[in-house]
Design a protein around this ligand. Sequence first.
Ligand code: 8DG
Ligand code: MG
Ligand code: MG
Length: 143
Amino acid sequence: ETEAAPVPRVAVVVCLIKGKTVLLGRRRSSLGDSTFSLPGGHLEFGESFEECAAREVKEETGLEIKNIELVTVRNSVFLDEAKPYQYVGIFMRAVLADDDQVPQNVEPNFCDGWDWYEWDALPKPLFWPLENAILAGFNPFHT
Ligand code: 8DG
Ligand code: MG
Ligand code: MG
């Protein structure tokens, strides 16, 4: 069986902001295993970026979000993986619809759990597309 040629995919990731903190979870995935990343996932056919952001955050954390806005777009190409990949990463920003909500680890096979981290003291290692975005100036608090 021959594998289909790789194609770029669209991913929507969400910087969910609470005070000075953002929500991160440690990945359980062949891609970036045990690194900290934002909630997010693949854009489905027909979705807006905002709809995808709200759906992925709900699916992964149980949280309801509001004030969903585009912050930046990144092109992440990784040719050195066992399976090469390219993501057009749509980086959104949002806040909790209701501040009393607590994140749930809805997909424990894919994440060790969610927690809030101060932007100035992010955990390490970060998932590399997120790390690269930050090195390039991504800052959801300064836009
Ligand atoms: P899905 O099946 O729910 O649609 O996808 P997923 O399993 O939740 O996918 P994911 O790996 O969490 O996200 C899709 C891709 O988005 C990921 O492989 C690479 C890209 N991506 C970035 N930055 C970030 C980030 O900070 N967090 C997440 N989760 N994905 C990111 O470029
Ligand atoms: Mg995900
Ligand atoms: Mg997902």
